[in-house]
Write a new protein. Sequence first.
Length: 330
Amino acid sequence: MGPAALGISNGKIVPSRYMQAAEKSSLSKSNSHNNDSGSSQQKFLSPKPVRAKCAPAQCSMVPPAHGTSKATHRDESSVLQNMVLQSTFSDGHNFRPDFDISAIGGKTVHQSSEETKRSQEDDDKKCIEMQAWPLAFLTAKMAHNMAKLKPEAEARLLHMMEEEAALHSEVMEKKRQYLLMEKRRLANELLDLQISDLTPASEAVKPFTESYRTLASAVDTTRHVLPVRNFHIAGDGREFLGKAEACLKESEVLLKDLTEGDHEDNRVALESLQGIKRDSKDMLQQLPGLLSELLELSSLHSRRGVLVQQAEEEEKMGSARVLELYCPKR
């Protein structure tokens, strides 16, 4: 640009403010290139671009010397050749150029740090509010679904617990039946073994029974010798006494006939009766011992038969089966 680009008044050369704005934009461009990595994240976080503060250009009103006017003209022309127009320069993607119109009129916009913080807090508050609404909606939806599914889950859980209790009771009942059947089976097996072992002894029991009956009848014949303390009278007492009196009189008559007969015969008969009495007393004294010996012999005979039968059965069944029967596994 030549002298026409400069405002000349009363011999004073005043540099154009358009040039100052362009120089300021070139400086802001260099600063933006240096802070490109740090400002990229802030652009995505804050919806509004933050303008760089700029101070108004201070124009010197002192007239320069006449010798320096040509040097100033050359410097300005070289600056204009290397300078980019303000309208074609931008700070970043989708951002308006940092062109301060107030610099032309001599006015600057001073944005304080408090206003910047306030605007940033407002932006953060709006962002938090925008994020809080979906979170509140999701929370309410989760609570609604939880309240809707909770009764169904409780009903299913209760049903499962009832089924588990029923199955447990059924299992316990089957277990009890199984144990009862097992006990009955073991008892039947033991009874079968006892029957098979006692079968030979039943043949020896029959003669023992006959001998015992004979012994009982012999003991019953000597019952009149035993002392009688209490006896039962059937019918009327007076009638019984009358019959007893008649029997006693008849016995008295018989005794008189015997005493009036041969005394020698009576003596022999008396001695015979006394001998019979002694023999009967000896037999009565020896009878308990003979009876105990007989019982012992019969028990020994039965035991021997059982042991013989048991040995034969064990040989037939084998040692493994015998061990399983005598020591059942639980």
